[in-house]
Design a protein around this ligand. Structure first.
Ligand code: HEM
Ligand code: HEM
Length: 127
């Protein structure tokens, strides 16, 4: 397994632990104030990062792209910044982190599209 794949998957599992723990806390306390945060910790933190990691593993030539580390930085750091920024935005404190983080998540996802298309184009096998 490549280092980039492992890093994505380790981050994803950590978010799964946090997101699931938060869901249980919400259910026990019947407090859904931070439901959006719970949803996005699970959906961006766990699901999306895990998918990046699994796809890097299934298609190993993706990790050979010089842009792969930049994609890890944008998606990994962007997710953290977004998830810290979301409750701050909800509380009316600042939207700066949520906006910055979400734009980094978008840039990381678009870069992943580019990496996937460019690295697989020439090597795809006929069905
Ligand atoms: C044991 C684990 C989990 C528990 C106890 C839990 C609990 C909850 C609770 C109590 C809510 C609020 C529901 C409501 O307002 O009616 C919720 C919402 C949500 N959860 Fe979880 N959750 C868990 C895991 C997950 C996972 C793994 C994901 C995604 C991969 C997820 C995605 C969502 C989403 C998207 C919503 C918002 C649903 C909506 O808009 O109505 N949850 N969860
Ligand atoms: C940085 C990227 C993202 C941003 C900025 C974002 C933003 C939002 C916003 C503004 C809402 C509406 C919340 C409300 O009703 O007040 C929402 C809801 C939702 N988003 Fe996202 N989203 C992002 C990524 C994703 C991803 C990757 C997924 C799924 C894999 C997802 C799944 C959902 C779902 C299921 C809901 C409805 C549950 C809820 O209200 O929390 N989002 N998102």
């Amino acid at each position: 397994m490549s280092r980039i794949s492992r890093t994505f998957i380790v981050m994803a599992i950590a978010y799964a632990c946090i997101g699931v723990a938060m869901g249980i806390w919400m259910g026990i306390n019947q407090d859904f104030t931070h439901m959006h945060l719970h949803a996005h910790i699970n959906l961006i933190g766990w699901t999306s990062l895990a998918l990046f990691g699994v796809i890097y593993h299934v298609v190993p030539q993706l990790a050979q792209s010089k842009l792969a580390k930049l994609q890890l930085l944008l998606s990994g750091l962007g997710t953290a910044i977004f998830l810290v920024g979301l409750p701050l935005a909800d509380a009316g404190i600042t939207i700066l982190l949520a906006v910055t983080g979400s734009l980094m998540v978008l840039a990381g996802t678009a870069l992943f599209l580019w990496i996937f298309v460019s690295q697989t184009r020439a090597r795809s096998q006929p069905a």
